[in-house]
Design a protein around this ligand. Structure first.
Ligand SMILES: Cc1ncc(CN)c(N)n1
Length: 238
């Protein structure tokens, strides 16, 4: 069976800052190891429908409802990064990102979701947020930084490519979502998150770096699952 054609343009090359190009950074290796997951993301009907505007409105609203629940816990995980960071600059970065995640929830929620609708957490939202909060509570700082990185990087990667492929964002049904994640400020935040992860991995022992890779891959998998769950309007089986 032929594989589906991605509507998104091909992913851009890895553009990590790297002082020593002969040795890949943690983030370059993590990105390469998870290429299969991103290929699955690029052809997922949620995103191909988002790209060409054909995604059903109810499906997008379901995604937004779950995302509003997700972003508050994601903000808690980022606040935990701030609490555990050593460098003052990193404390500023993580606490600003935590605030940004919760504000993002407020603004997207206000635009797309009926204020009276009460959403219950889907199985995938429960799994993803529980995972991030468990790493916040019991993982090392290094693991936690790796676990939150795909939330920046995958959205930046998808957002930038969607923005480049849509001609008229103002008249696109999901133009505000694409603008949010295709924004250069989001790319800058992603770069900073990668630099922190690379710096932390550089000083970590081999076992910790492998746990960082496992956390990065797990969160990347959850990113695919999150779009997939919204697309299926996932509910609890019993
Ligand atoms: C599930 C999910 N992951 C990441 C993002 C980007 N902050 C988001 N809004 N939602």
């Amino acid at each position: 069976m032929p594989s589906p054609t991605p509507v998104l343009s091909p992913a851009s090359a890895v553009d990590a800052p790297n002082d020593d190009p002969s040795t890949p950074t943690f983030s370059q290796t993590a990105w390469r190891r998870t290429a299969e997951i991103r290929r699955a993301i690029d052809v997922h009907p949620f995103l191909t429908g988002l790209a060409d505007g054909s995604l059903a409105r109810e499906t997008f609203v379901e995604y937004m409802r779950q995302d509003a629940l997700y972003l508050v816990d994601y903000g808690r995980a980022l606040a935990s990064c701030a609490q555990r960071a050593v460098d003052a600059e990193d404390v500023i970065f993580w606490s600003g990102s935590a605030e940004g995640a919760v504000r993002e929830e407020r603004s997207l929620h206000a635009t797309h979701i009926d204020g009276l609708a009460v959403a219950s957490r889907s199985p995938t939202t429960t799994a993803y947020t529980s995972y991030l909060l468990a790493v916040s509570a019991r993982g090392s700082y290094a693991e936690l930084v790796a676990a939150v990185l795909p939330c920046f990087w995958i959205y930046d990667d998808v957002g930038r490519r969607l923005r480049a492929s849509v001609d008229d964002l103002a008249n696109h049904p999901y133009g505000d979502w694409i603008s949010t994640y295709g924004d250069p400020a989001f790319t800058a935040a992603t770069r900073t998150a990668r630099r922190v992860a690379d710096r932390v991995a550089h000083c970590a022992d081999a076992g910790t770096v492998e746990r960082m890779h496992a956390a990065f891959a797990q969160a990347s998998r959850y990113e695919w699952m999150f779009w997939d769950a919204a697309y299926r309007h996932e509910t609890w089986p019993v």
